[in-house]
Ligand binder design. Structure first.
Ligand SMILES: [Zn+2]
Length: 268
């Protein structure tokens, strides 16, 4: 078993002494259903237990100077048999042991933690699976008919966040997003990169489709699809084509309104 300072010194460039560091604990998150009707699965919490070790935390997003950071040197899962989640499961929390180097600039902050202020924590991580609590469908892959917050028999529908891919950072925020643990989550989705050739192919297909929609709209409104129109449409980019289509749709709408009014008039 290594001591806290031994664990801390795994992450530091120079060896720190116990008097140089300030140690404190924070609850990062738990398995209760939060305001967004989301809940971490037990295995997600176990994954995060490993992923958050060594991760840096910041105090408010506007105070990112070097002296204003803390780091997690150890984590533990805490089971509270006397506390239940909103749907009656035993509360399981992810507790982090963190340290910061004592400096003049964080003296006040340390005082605030000691006084029990500013303990709300926000974490950011990415979840690979967003499961429906009623039927288990992965909402990222397909949809189901269950609506978050509604009851289905004995089960309340919410989203189970599972398969945590990475943990990014944690921070102290002034206002907690979740009443219990003070957790907010935001997810970084991997951006999909489309090869340039594929992208231009996609664009030209979209342009072609919009052109043929334009010609159909013209014919519907008894406008001749002349050679001049075809040439003009051929020269338009997607943005211009969409704009043109929109004006034709508006025209069609006002024409049909006029037809209705005319029919009304004839009936009178
Ligand atoms: Zn479902």
């Amino acid at each position: 078993m290594s001591t806290p300072i031994e664990k801390i010194n795994q992450f530091t460039r120079r060896e720190l002494s116990e008097s140089e560091v300030y140690l404190f604990d924070v609850i990062l998150c738990d398995n209760d259903i939060d305001r967004d009707l989301e809940s971490f699965s037990e295995s997600a919490l176990i994954q995060m237990q490993k992923l958050f070790i060594g991760k840096t935390g910041i105090f408010d997003h506007n105070l990112q100077s070097a002296g204003q950071t803390a780091r997690i040197y150890d984590t533990e899962l805490v089971k509270s048999p006397d506390k239940k989640t909103k749907d009656g499961r035993t509360l399981l929390s992810l507790k982090a042991h963190a340290y910061m180097i004592r400096t003049d600039s964080n003296l006040d902050f340390i005082k605030e933690i000691d006084a029990g202020i500013k303990k709300e924590v926000s974490v950011s991580c990415s979840a690979g699976r967003h499961l429906c609590s009623v039927c288990g469908t992965d909402k990222a892959l397909s949809a189901c008919n269950h609506i978050s917050g509604k009851k289905y028999g004995q089960k309340t529908c919410y989203t189970i966040l599972d398969d945590i891919q990475d943990a990014y950072e944690w921070s102290f925020v002034a206002v907690p997003a979740q009443p219990a643990a003070g957790v907010t989550k935001y997810f970084k989705t991997a951006s999909v990169s489309v090869p340039d050739a594929e992208l231009s192919q996609l664009l030209s297909e979209l342009e072609q489709q919009t052109r043929s929609e334009i010609f159909t709209l013209c014919r519907n409104q008894a406008l001749p699809v002349s050679k001049a129109l075809c040439t003009a449409a051929e020269k338009m980019d997607l943005r211009e084509l969409v704009q043109f289509k929109k004006s034709l749709l508006e025209q069609e709408h006002s024409l049909s309104q006029a037809d209705v009014q005319l029919a009304d008039f004839r009936q009178k």
